[in-house]
Structures are given as C-alpha cells and as structure tokens.
Design a protein around this ligand. Structure first.
Ligand code: DOR
Ligand code: ZN
Length: 406
C-alpha cells in the first residue's frame, strides 16, 4: 500500500495502483499548496511533504483504526486506568493472560473478558481478544472448550520463569504436543514468548537460542500451526521469520524494540522504565527490526506489549520487567516509520497485516495522526499508585485522535 499526499488542491498518488480511498494520506490544510513528489525509488512522504509545508499548515494522516496484537491490561484499579488508553485508538487487542493466578481455563478467560468489558468507557466499541495461558497440564479438551466459547482467540506460551508471572508456564514443550496438535485441528494460533530460561544462556542470547532449540523444531513438526513470535528483538528473529512460509509464522513488534537499543538501559544511570523482557538488544538488532518492519513485509504487525507496573515496583531493588506504552505507542510507531522514510507503510503495519494474518476483517473506522507536538505526562495515576509511561515527559510529534476532520 502506498501513500497519497492530499492538499486542498491536488491529490498526488505515490503509485499508479494506489487507491486513494484506502490509502493512508498526509493532508496539508489549508491553504492549498503544491506538493512535488518523487516516485523513485520509493516515496519519502516526510521529506517531500515537510519541504513543501509552510509552518502554519497542519499535516495529518488518516489511517484505518489500528489493532494491538499484544497487550497487558491487568485487573482492578490498574485495568480501569490503562484500558481507556488502548480503547481510545485501537479497535481490538489481544489480551495477555499472565495474571495472578494466570488465565489457564476458558471459564476464567470468559470472566476476565467480562471484567474488561465493565472497565471500558461508555460507548466504546473496543474488542478484547482473550488468550489462554499454556501450562504443562493444559488438556486438549480445554482447547476444544476454548474454541467453542467463541471468546478465546489464541493460546500463549510462556516458558516457565521467562518473564512476569510466568512461573506456571511450560517447562517442557514436549509435554504440550497433544495440546498443540489439537490447536492445529481447532485452528487456534499459538503466541510465543520466545526466550529460553536456561540460566547458562546469556540473557542477550535467549531469543536466538529459543529459536534454535524450540521454535524451529516446532515449526518443522507442526507446519500447520499458526505461530506468532511475540515482541521480536533480534536480527536472528527477523531471519527466522523471513525463512518461514508466509501466513504460518509472523511476529509482533513493540515500540521499544524499534526505538531503543540496550544503551537505553544505562543512559546516565540505571533506567528501570526501559527494562522489559525480552531485554533491549544491540543497535544492529534494532536496525534489522526497523528495516524488516518498514520494508512493507506482511509478516510483521503492531503489538505494543504495553505492560503497566506501578512506579514503586519499577523503581526498586528488584524492579519488574515491562514498559507502559499504550498512550504513546501510535506516536512512536509513526516516528519510526517517518524516520525511515516509510510513512506510506505505516498503515499496513498498524491496521492490515494483523487482521490479514489472523483471517479477521480489517477495521472499517479511521483514526487521525496529526503532526502536532505533545508532551507525554510524567505518570498516570490509578486508584492505588501511578504508572510511568514510555518516553515519560518527552515531546512527541504525532498526536493520534479518533476525531477525523472533515
Ligand atoms: O517486559 C515484559 N513485561 N515482558 C513480558 O513478557 C511480560 C510483561 C509483563 O507482563 O509485565
Ligand atoms: Zn507481553
């Protein structure tokens, strides 16, 4: 999908096959101005649009409403505080099951979904897509129940001990084989936290070793299983995803793994709010992920992994892993695509590749991203604490809004 730049006077399509009605566009309004466009080798929306824009003009992009294919919303007061941030801009979100205790049964997933629905702002049409937390003891019967419920969307594999509330996760993937085979029959996708927990493996290598030891053999064994490698962090993951048959294996990508490398953990002192799992990696890995995502490949889609933890549980002697990105994620993804000169590829990543992979309809409503500076709040308060968002206190340049302008 290629971008069209619209002014009040002209519409210039980047590609002869572009359908302006379904393409994201960058509008310069008013007054009318001429926009020159270089079509070769590919459009650079930022450079051309910015160069042609007098300072008083507002730029905006209208895109199909995005979905978040990987989201943590927790329960209780935190749920009530964070859910509106996602519901405001995203149509659907895949809700992670790593609660205390985890969502291991369909009955519990149904209950959790009701909790989420009650926490939604009035009038919201946000759809939570529920997941089951896989354990060594999950039964094939549970997968049948899950499918029948119409509520469970996918099953999440946490290797035991890999991350927050993963202690009840899988200790040996071999034990899950009957369940995975049932998932193939029920066409239920597997969402994977791709890290080994072997203490002999360096933290920064755990994703690569997981691919070699667990994921590649699993794809070989069950080629019909739909797998999403969640929050990829390495060039190795990109190479692996590219090596798989398209449509069977895909990946979600977070804003932090597109914008930060591991230096961000130590910049001017320890930075607990940049600590997440899988941990940030070297710059070469970040660059590989940015290239993959901004290439226009359909194998990658938006999954924030927005993971709220109380400030006091991040800023302490044993801080939790997780970055709260829900309120800033769209601004940050736009920043990544803009800096790569690939704003014309943003909408496919945020709004098309995910539903297309999962066989769901794309959203029909739109949202607007305005080129307008806004300051990220220092914290978001909830009933018993506060949460520090990603890029706290900084100024971002794309402001999402669900109010399309006529
Ligand atoms: O950083 C993370 N936080 N990674 C995960 O896999 C889990 C998440 C959480 O739930 O806090
Ligand atoms: Zn997660």
């Amino acid at each position: 999908m290629q971008a069209a730049i619209t002014t009040t006077a002209t519409t210039v399509c980047a590609h002869p096959h572009t359908k302006p009605s379904s393409a994201p566009f960058l509008r310069l309004s008013p007054p009318a101005c001429r926009v020159s466009f270089s079509a070769s080798p590919g459009p650079n929306v930022r450079a051309t649009a910015m160069a042609a824009t007098p300072p008083q003009q507002e730029q905006q992009m209208v895109i199909t409403r995005p979905d978040d294919w990987h989201l943590h919303v927790r329960e209780g007061g935190v749920l009530e505080a964070v859910l509106p941030h996602s519901a405001r801009h995203f149509g659907r979100a895949v809700i992670m099951p790593n609660l205390k205790p985890p969502v291991t049964t369909t009955a519990r997933a149904v209950e959790y979904r009701e909790q989420i629905m009650r926490a939604l702002p009035p009038g919201s049409s946000f759809v939570p897509l529920m997941t089951l937390y896989l354990t060594d003891n999950t039964s094939p019967e549970e997968i049948k129940l899950a499918r029948k419920s119409g509520v469970v969307f996918a099953v999440k594999l946490y290797p035991a001990g890999a991350t927050t509330n993963s202690q009840d996760g899988v200790t040996d993937i071999g034990k899950c084989l009957p369940v995975l085979e049932e998932m193939v029959r029920q066409e239920m996708p597997l969402l994977v936290h791709g890290e080994v927990t072997d203490q002999h493996v360096d933290t920064f290598d755990r994703e690569k070793v997981f691919i070699d030891r667990i994921l590649a053999p699993l794809v070989q064994k069950l080629p019909q299983l739909k797998i999403v490698m969640e929050h990829i962090t390495t060039m190795d993951a990109v190479n692996f995803i590219e090596s798989c048959e398209e449509g069977h294996v895909a990946a979600t990508v977070t804003p932090q793994h597109l914008l930060l490398n591991r230096n961000a953990l130590f910049q001017g002192g320890l930075q607990p709010h940049n600590y997440c799992l899988p941990i940030l990696k070297r710059e070469i890995h970040r660059q590989a992920i940015v290239s993959a995502v901004t290439s226009g490949s359909r194998r990658y889609f938006l999954g924030t992994d927005s993971a709220p933890h109380d400030k006091q549980n991040k800023e302490c002697s044993c801080g939790c892993a997780g970055i709260y990105s829900a309120p800033v994620a769209l601004s940050l993804y736009a920043k990544v695509f803009e800096e790569a000169g690939a704003l014309d590829k943003l909408e496919a990543f945020t709004s098309f590749n995910g539903p297309d992979f999962y066989g769901l309809p794309r959203n029909t409503s739109k949202i607007v991203l305005r080129k307008s500076a806004w300051k990220v709040p220092a914290t978001y308060k909830h009933s018993s604490g506060e949460i520090v968002p990603m890029f706290t206190g900084s100024t971002l340049h794309w402001l999402p809004s669900d109010q399309p302008e006529e």
